[in-house]
Design a protein around this ligand. Sequence first.
Ligand SMILES: CC(C)(COP(=O)(O)OP(=O)(O)OC[C@H]1O[C@@H](n2cnc3c(N)ncnc32)[C@H](O)[C@@H]1OP(=O)(O)O)[C@@H](O)C(=O)NCCC(=O)NCCS
Length: 178
Amino acid sequence: MVSWQAIEKLFVRVMDQPTDRDLDLLWYLWSGPRSPLFGKDRIATLETELRTPDERRQWMAARGPRHPVVVAMTDGQVVGWGSLNAFNARPAYDHVVDLSVYVERAWRGRGVGKALLQHVLGLARQIGYHKMVLATFPYNEAGLALYRRMGFSPVGVYHEQGQLDGRWVDVLIMEQLL
Ligand SMILES: CC(C)(COP(=O)(O)OP(=O)(O)OC[C@H]1O[C@@H](n2cnc3c(N)ncnc32)[C@H](O)[C@@H]1OP(=O)(O)O)[C@@H](O)C(=O)NCCC(=O)NCCS
């Protein structure tokens, strides 16, 4: 499924048959020189591991049709990605899905995050999920603005839920009934 956006020749598509180039680009966004694991983007994720292209291949291969990855592209370049992730392996939670989203630094504030969210929300409804949840740092202003704009409400804060660089961090949980 492909959805076109009017701006910047931007389109969002599901990576259902990723090429080697797709996977390299996906890897580059996560582990390249502008990785969100370092510098000011450290507020973006609790992940601590850099990935390799091979690891991204395995990550993609392990996902079924209920857990798609979408990429936002312009002029053949991947500028952001989003994914629907398993929330909990227990079958009672099958109707809940977890969200990840990431936009390349140079492309932020130009509607890419919103386009990705619109696309994954549509996919989640098509797949038949009842609820989407996400976890974010309470001080991730851009993330919070995007999530509120796209219909998510705060559930609450897990205090001292993770450790980054030897310090405890709080995590805000948000949800949206689909
Ligand atoms: C969070 C993120 C995905 C937002 O994507 P984006 O493409 O920059 O956002 P958009 O341009 O689509 O903007 C979406 C909305 O959020 C608002 N917004 C975006 N960046 C903002 C900022 N820094 N401060 C306040 N509001 C902001 C926009 O104004 C827009 O609202 P509007 O439609 O009412 O104008 C992006 O900043 C990012 O990838 N950050 C690093 C990774 C990250 O934090 N991921 C989330 C982990 S939980």
